[in-house]
Design a protein around this ligand. Structure first.
Ligand SMILES: Cc1cc2nc3c(=O)[nH]c(=O)nc-3n(C[C@H](O)[C@H](O)[C@H](O)COP(=O)(O)O)c2cc1C
Length: 158
């Protein structure tokens, strides 16, 4: 399968997780690509309207999509919200979603951000199959990333 891993990543954490998923998918024989977007200027803008993205990654041309973003101010980063707002209908595409956040526990913004992420993608016609949150300061971060990559990859096994 050709799998697109589309991430919004400012400082590289979300990108790194995306790369780990890519490696596992490739090891399983898939064609997997990581496409990163970032905010230009005004990096800490709170309102999607104030965010300028460096790119708007294509969602067409893949057999499956994985989206990654991060937690900003206890909710979903506005750059990703802005990105989803401009997407065309995803036509029942089955997607996986993940988030990174600094704090150790998912209730410190992660759960709320994930609710927003899944709802906004569903509003664009996606069917969310699997989600995960990586807590960057958690001592088991490596294990979290490994489990996420394993779980997402298992979605695409024949
Ligand atoms: C302006 C700002 C607000 C943030 N708010 C939160 C937050 O509410 N909760 C949290 O756990 N992490 C928060 N973080 C940390 C990021 O979610 C975390 O570092 C994330 O992994 C960054 O992803 P990236 O490296 O892909 O950009 C915040 C970071 C910034 C810059």
């Amino acid at each position: 399968m050709k799998i697109g891993i589309i991430v919004h990543s400012q400082t590289g954490h979300t990108l790194l997780v995306g790369e780990r998923i890519r490696e596992k998918l490739q090891a399983d024989g898939h064609e997997a690509l990581v496409v990163r977007m970032q905010n230009l200027e005004n990096e800490k803008a709170k309102n999607p309207i104030d965010v300028q993205l460096d790119s708007l990654p294509e969602t067409a041309g893949y057999d499956a999509l994985i989206f990654g973003a991060w937690v900003q101010g206890f909710t979903l980063c506005p750059g990703f919200i802005k990105y989803v707002e401009q997407l065309q209908d995803l036509g029942q595409a089955q997607v996986c979603c993940f988030l990174t956040q600094q704090f150790r526990y998912k209730w410190m913004g992660g759960n709320r951000a994930m609710f927003k992420m899944t709802r906004s993608l569903e509003a664009k016609g996606a069917v969310v199959k699997s989600t995960a949150i990586i807590n960057w300061s958690h001592k088991k971060r490596e294990q979290q990333i490994e489990e996420l990559a394993e779980r997402f990859t298992s979605q695409y096994k024949a």
